[in-house]
Design a protein around this ligand. Sequence first.
Ligand SMILES: C[S@@+](CC[C@H](N)C(=O)[O-])C[C@H]1O[C@@H](n2cnc3c(N)ncnc32)[C@H](O)[C@@H]1O
Length: 332
Amino acid sequence: MTAPDLPIELKAALEARLEGLSRVATASRAALISSTYRDGGGSGAIRSERDALAYALARMPATYAAVIASLNALREITPQLAPTSLLDVGAGPGTATWAAAEAFPSLQRFTLIDSNSALRALALDLIGQSVRLRDVEYRHAEARAALVDAEPSELVVASYAIAEISEPERTALVDALWTKTRDTLLIVEPGTPAGYARIIDVRAQLIAAGAHVAAPCPHDRKCPLTAPDWCHFTQRLPRSRAHKQIKAAERPFEDEKFIYLALTRAPATVHRSRVLRQPEFTKVEVTAKLCTAAGLAIAKVPRRAKADYARARHWRWGDAVMSPEDKPSLEP
Ligand SMILES: C[S@@+](CC[C@H](N)C(=O)[O-])C[C@H]1O[C@@H](n2cnc3c(N)ncnc32)[C@H](O)[C@@H]1O
């Protein structure tokens, strides 16, 4: 499993760019960009080099951690996956490219697409610090237009990008992403009800087009959750000193809520139930809410089922687990 912390050279490159700049001014720039995001304004507020840096310092550690968590979950279900090419759409500062490069040593060809010139410039500057990523192709273009003649890739990622695409445009973009996917498409979104709703729409659209869900769902059927419940996960990540200053935060960590969807051309051979929230652990039993191949289940694993209980004590929110529903029989 790959760690959720930014790679050392990326963290150093980001923090080096902060040197000589006012941290207070950068923090207020980051706060303004965040509030534009919250109001649905997307990355339109990122226009200058300093805006791009403020955004990356504030958000890249968390979006990186969410992409790593999603890639870890994907690799657990498809351990044979070893892509050689990556297409990172809505790449911004290059977050998902850095994450995929860490998770998959097999990657050799990296193509990034984004319409924001300030984020692209920062991404290329940061990538310049990496021997591995030195030869990336980063296209400055609107995603769907650029996808028309993009080379298909084994792994295609859209991280925190779908949210910025208007609804009528989204269906066409998702089709274009899938067309360029040779093996696996990963979409990562904020872990909000709106992010979940977008993921559910993409899921239905692409299953109808022949895609299979590798993760997080252990099935290709309709999501069994009903509002106000929504599927999402959380990833804890460390905050560096600079990160804390930019976010005007005290805590040395943050928890990023995210939702992801990994779709593959071939059905996954491994199916595991997914833990949908933090399980409850008592001396008597472990109780966990699971999404299983047969639907939602509240699994209760009693202490007297020694081996199962010992395993279930390690279950965490987001894990893929062998549940009572996946096994023909458990000890009573
Ligand atoms: C929230 S940022 C996420 C950046 C990066 N993927 C990450 O996870 O940190 C969304 C990115 O999508 C890009 N984007 C939005 N709409 C786009 C479009 N139609 N074509 C290309 N890029 C787009 C924005 O410019 C921005 O860089």
